[in-house]
Design a protein around this ligand. Structure first.
Ligand code: ATP
Length: 341
């Protein structure tokens, strides 16, 4: 019997509930400190208890996964806590394309793939001395916005960077990525590409809520100036958004272009869930600053089905369930190799 395994964080509940609903066995790789939380949910069949998620790479854990014919569903925590080499060395099959995860973690590669997909990306600012307008400064990989900051001059860049180093949030030798700030309405566009059907599905849209940058907007401007710490973009949660219907055609085009670009440059392409992240400006023009080449936590808001999936499926369909359905279909038609790496 095929089982579904994932790390206990990010969107594990949704993924395992969806797998259980599809009749698959569910396995959670769970940090001991979180066992109590996950034990509250009855749809988790088996636990692999660890002190740290990197134990997934150890023989004992791999053996349990192998014995259960487990397929691992990768999510943001896997990327945040393991290097690309470590992820690529996992022996169990990974849903989607594990090779593309490296393209998500590395800023230069990320930009290359986004340009190849004709996504309108904000300009990169190569060095702090070239900062002459509002920019956002980011860390490598999926840091979930922690340690990011905005600035508009080299002097202020150095001041804020030093402050974050002193607070232990950034390290001295960390290479930061500077990008022009794109203002507008945040929209995280969630897709699923099925290599079995050769079809792209648009799942939904979410917005992220980030602290303490959002909290600042509630404070009068003169008090904001007294906020004597660098505001961060630490994700706290997500909320749903539906787009004007006239924007949907372009949304599908962006998704299609991304799938095509990924096929060309990171075989076997962008299989499974992914997300294009950006903002709509005052002319409803989209600028994309980021993609995630796997399920995003923003899909958690649609555990009982999304507005757009209710147009495609006559049953409640979460992203977790959609993944499990794809695995079931692949298994039945002997095509598991098409949907895993
Ligand atoms: P993830 O957890 O999605 O991998 P990440 O650490 O790679 O996140 P980004 O998604 O690139 O980080 O950025 C974090 C947040 O910073 C975004 O949600 C957005 O609010 C803001 N942001 C990033 N880039 C820009 C930009 N160019 N213009 C405006 N806001 C931006």
């Amino acid at each position: 019997m095929t089982s579904i395994a994932t790390l206990g964080s990010h969107c594990a509940l949704q993924v395992l509930k969806g797998a259980k609903d599809e009749g698959l066995k569910t396995i959670l790789v769970c940090e001991k400190k979180r066992e109590k939380l996950y034990k509250r949910f009855s749809f988790i069949d088996e636990y692999i208890l660890v002190d740290s998620f990197v134990e997934v790479l150890e023989k004992q854990c791999q053996q349990t996964l192998e014995k259960n014919n487990a397929i691992i569903i990768p999510h943001g925590t896997l990327i945040a806590q393991m290097s690309s080499e470590q992820i690529e060395s996992i022996k169990s099959p990974i849903f989607g394309n594990k090779w593309i995860l490296r393209w998500e973690s590395d800023r230069e590669r990320k930009e290359k793939l986004m340009r190849e997909a004709h996504l309108p990306v904000p300009k990169q600012v190569k060095s702090p001395s070239e900062i002459d307008k509002l920019v956002i400064v980011k860390r490598q990989g999926a840091a979930g916005g922690k340690g990011y900051f905005m600035t508009a001059s080299e002097e202020d860049y150095n001041k804020k960077r030093n402050e974050l180093i002193q607070q232990g949030i950034l390290s001295e030798d960390e290479i930061l990525y500077i990008q022009e700030y794109a203002a507008g309405v945040l929209a995280y566009l969630q897709f699923f590409y099925s290599p079995l059907k050769g079809e792209l599905e648009f799942f939904g849209v979410d917005q992220r809520h980030e602290s303490d940058i959002e909290g600042l907007a509630r404070i009068p401007s003169e008090q904001q100036l007294k906020h004597n710490k660098v505001p961060s973009f630490n994700v706290i949660g997500n909320s749903p958004l539906v787009l004007r219907e006239s924007l949907l055609d372009e949304v599908y085009k962006m998704g299609d272009n991304f799938v095509e670009a990924a096929k060309r440059i990171v075989s076997p392409g962008m299989n499974g869930p992914f997300c294009i992240e950006g903002v709509y400006d005052e002319n409803a023009k989209f600028t994309s600053f980021e993609f995630s080449a796997r399920i995003v936590a923003g899909t958690n808001i649609y555990m009982d089905g999304s507005p757009y999936y209710s147009l495609l499926f006559d049953e409640p369909m979460s992203m977790g369930k959609r993944i499990a359905r794809e695995i079931k279909n692949a298994k039945e038609s002997n095509q598991l190799d098409k949907i895993t790496t």
